[in-house]
Ligand binder design. Structure first.
Ligand code: PBG
Length: 332
């Protein structure tokens, strides 16, 4: 009966016991994804009367002001944790002034969204200049064409106040400028917005997987962001970035991208005293969609597995373009 290789005095360990039926597996599951863990990134483009598909991200659109409100209302109704808004302006310039303007597409949309959903769902905004600059960089350039860290900080501080005035509850600085969390926190407090939080893109890596996002925001970028985003080779440095952002007052920290960086998510989850988010980015989305469209993988299982893996690595919150669809599956 008992296999010969097992000495009789020991029980034979059978991990498979807990895998035998769906009910046993459900009982034994260590991690599960809840709609409140999910944050839906949304793009709103100035001047659209209809939502416009993004060809490299099948299923994701650039919203019109009107369709954005419907998407946010649906996200609230599904019980998602939050929405993260990105604005795509009609006019761009060297300093990204449309990102700061009170009536710029992002700030206008934040006002409309808050008027629509109030406090039913957390409304977050991307705080970065790349969608608004004519060169596509996340900051302003100096005479030699390099991104000028400290000149950019002044603009981030103004942008933070404009977004808070428009009703954003959590700001997501994604430009990887040194000191950005500190200046944003100071500017918010000085303007009386001490309740507005900062979700710091603390460990954001320069990644080829942002490719489809560039179409999503009509990015004007030529070149790359390697002088400010992190090098994919670096693990230890992520801890330093998080420590700095915490010292500067970050309320939550993020790792981005997610799937190729689960070691980083796990490291940060182990040391962070504040909630940890991970961003499953455009290229991660498009790869699965493309493989599924070809019939090479099972779409739903691949999506669920990828998001669960990010949760298992230690992220409490996951930004994913599948947030709404996942939440409907979780209701099934
Ligand atoms: C910068 C920003 C980017 C993303 C979110 N915020 C682009 C970049 O850093 O190049 C990428 C998101 C994605 O790829 O899904 N504002």
């Amino acid at each position: 009966m008992f296999p010969k290789q097992f000495p009789k005095q020991f029980p034979m360990h059978r991990p498979r016991r807990l895998r035998r039926t769906p009910a046993l597996r459900r009982l034994a599951r260590e991690h599960r994804v809840h709609p409140a863990d999910l944050i839906l990134p949304l793009f709103v483009r100035e001047g659209l009367s209809q939502p416009q598909p993004i060809s490299s991200m099948p299923g994701v659109v650039q919203h019109s002001s009107e369709s954005l409100l419907r998407a946010v209302a649906q996200a609230a109704e599904l019980g998602l944790g939050g929405v993260m808004l990105f604005g795509v302006p009609q006019q761009r310039d060297a300093t990204g002034s449309a990102g700061l303007a009170e009536d710029g597409i992002l700030n206008r949309s934040l006002r409309e969204v808050r008027a629509e959903v109030g406090e039913q769902i957390v409304v977050m905004s991307d705080l970065c200049l790349d969608e608004f600059t004519d060169h596509g960089h996340c900051g302003v350039l100096d005479e030699s064409g390099h991104v000028d860290n400290d000149a950019t900080l002044d603009l981030y501080a103004q942008m933070a106040v404009a977004q808070a005035q428009a009703g954003a509850q959590i700001l997501g600085p994604s430009g990887m400028m040194d000191g950005q969390v500190a200046v944003i926190r100071q500017a918010l407090d000085a303007a009386g917005f001490n309740e507005v939080g900062v979700l710091a893109y603390a460990a954001k890596y320069a990644s080829a997987f942002y490719g489809p996002f560039r179409e999503a925001v009509d990015s004007q970028l030529t070149g790359d962001r390697r002088s400010y985003q992190m090098d994919a080779a670096n693990r230890r440095e992520a801890i330093r970035e998080v420590e700095l952002d915490l010292a500067e007052g970050a309320d939550m920290v993020m790792v981005k991208p997610a799937l190729g960086y689960l070691d980083i998510v796990a490291d940060i989850a182990a040391m962070s005293p504040v909630p940890v988010a991970a961003y499953q980015i455009s290229g991660e989305y498009s790869m699965i969609e493309a493989a599924a469209a070809n019939g090479w993988i099972d779409r739903r299982s691949a999506i669920e597995e990828s998001v669960l893996s990010i949760k298992r690595a230690g992220a409490e919150s996951i930004l994913t373009y599948w947030a709404a669809e996942l939440a409907t599956w979780l209701r099934d």
